[in-house]
Design a binder for this molecule. Structure first.
Ligand SMILES: Nc1nc2c(c(=O)[nH]1)N[C@H]1C(S)=C(S)[C@@H](COP(=O)(O)OP(=O)(O)OC[C@H]3O[C@@H](n4cnc5c(N)ncnc54)[C@H](O)[C@@H]3O)O[C@H]1N2
Ligand code: MOO
Length: 396
């Protein structure tokens, strides 16, 4: 393998190739989890007028300061109507939660604190201050920015956008990512497994990560270990923004991925990163298309997707979540490759603590399932002891 580049140099190179698939306008109800591309503005003011927060009577506070005061009920204001009658002294208007206040009222006497007989109410509890009125625009005013660009839309964002009378939102288009697993041994889940065959698990795991990070995975098929096979799937992926070949990246006799891509006109920008797991990771460009080659070992592919694919998808995935946590077990000195240990982080007494999982072999899926973060150790890191703070990266 040629000289390995550092993780930092790989990330710096990838920064120039962050995927940007443009924008699209979609119904607000279909936008959960999408990344907003343009401000959502309020097209209305909410509440649109001063409204009652309770069921009761719109009154003048000065008429209700003493128990026993009597007021004449001169009208009714249900929600959805606009009162036309101006409240005069000694009058009350029956009002319901959410209904606009009549002019002249400055207080809501809740019905539990009044006694009604016919068209007359009597104050049963003296009122001391103006209450139960929601001022116009208390939530937001027309023209306010309700959701800023770059935000991954949550259920509350969607509710707010809808309340601002937006039926659509403009979001970043999902980059299309074609996953091409390579290897004669691979069969899709649910297959009859003959001798020497294993299940292609990487496609499923990587497709799920791509969805979480705002991309749209497509799976044109599994490539056998021939250049022609890989080439056919490269050609079938011509519409993808990025191709993600998995496996066949190392130095074995059947590791044809890069050769096949070069034959299809791709220019390899780097090949081999000083990272563990994931040394054979490579990156190439073919016209507007990017190609990120990941190693076949499931943990290598999964970890390097977090490091490098997520960086390429940062427009929709957001930044990597780095944090510091206290080690719960000793760790040995590291080698020359920057190393990412699958680990379990816990929050105890307001601080994060972290334990690396015991078996870090890059073929294993079980530790990946158990892990909720990666411990990052710099190249040639010295041994670290219990209680030391180490840098961690969140897993999805
Ligand atoms: N002599 C050397 N051998 C290897 C080196 C090296 O430097 N010198 N590097 C090792 C490293 S590091 C890694 S990582 C692996 C990765 O190799 P490849 O990317 O070429 O991957 P494959 O050989 O195709 O597969 C490795 C392993 O993973 C299984 N695999 C492949 N694809 C899938 C899939 N889609 N789903 C599940 N499992 C998959 C495959 O069967 C192999 O067991 O190379 C080392 N070798
Ligand atoms: O560096 Mo590999 O990806 O053995 O794990």
């Amino acid at each position: 393998m040629t000289k390995l580049i550092s993780v930092d140099d790989a990330l710096a190179a990838l920064a120039a190739h962050v995927l940007d698939a443009g924008e699209e306008t979609i119904p607000v109800g279909a936008a959960l989890g999408r990344v907003l591309a343009q401000n959502v503005l309020a097209k209305t003011t909410t509440p649109p007028a001063d409204v009652s927060a309770m069921d009761g009577y719109a009154v003048r506070l000065s008429d209700t300061r003493e128990a026993g005061n009597r007021l004449h009920v001169t009208g009714e204001a249900p929600a959805g109507t606009v009162p036309t009658h101006r409240l005069a002294a000694g009058e009350a208007i029956r009002i319901f939660t959410g209904a606009p206040l009549p002019e002249g009222a400055d207080h809501i006497l809740i019905q539990e604190e009044a006694h009604r007989t016919g068209d007359v109410i009597e104050v049963t509890t003296p009122q001391t201050s103006s209450r139960h009125i929601r001022k116009a625009g208390r939530d937001f005013a027309e023209g306010d920015v309700l959701v800023p660009p770059g935000k991954r839309l949550s259920p509350a964002d969607l509710g707010l956008a809808a309340a601002g009378n937006n039926s659509t939102v403009t979001v970043s288009r999902r980059p299309v990512i074609a996953i091409i697993p390579g290897g004669d041994e691979l069969l899709p889940p649910g297959s009859e497994l003959g001798p020497g065959k294993i299940i292609d698990s990487n496609s499923t795991a990587l497709a799920a990560l791509i969805r979480v990070w705002g991309g749209e995975p497509v799976t044109p098929g599994i490539a056998g270990d021939t250049i022609e096979d890989i080439r056919a799937l490269i050609d079938a992926s011509s519409e993808a923004d990025l191709i993600l070949p998995i496996g066949g990246a190392s130095v074995g006799d059947y590791d044809y991925m890069k050769t096949a891509f070069e034959g299809a006109g791709a220019e390899i920008l780097f090949s081999g990163i000083a990272v563990r797991p994931g040394k054979p990771t490579w990156f190439a460009r073919k016209g507007q298309q990017r190609i990120l080659g990941l190693p076949g070992n499931p943990a290598s592919a999964f970890v390097c997707a977090h490091l490098f694919l997520k960086a390429l998808l940062s427009k929709t995935a957001g930044p990597a979540g780095h944090f510091s946590a206290r080690l719960e077990t000793d760790m040995p000195a590291g080698g020359f490759r920057e190393t990412y240990y699958r680990a379990v982080m816990r929050r105890t007494d307001g601080a994060y603590s972290v334990t690396p999982l015991p078996d870090q072999d890059s073929s294993l899926l079980r530790p990946l399932q158990a892990a909720n973060c990666l411990i990052r150790r710099q190249p040639n890191a010295p041994a670290a002891n219990v209680g030391e703070d180490v840098e961690c990266v969140g897993l999805t």
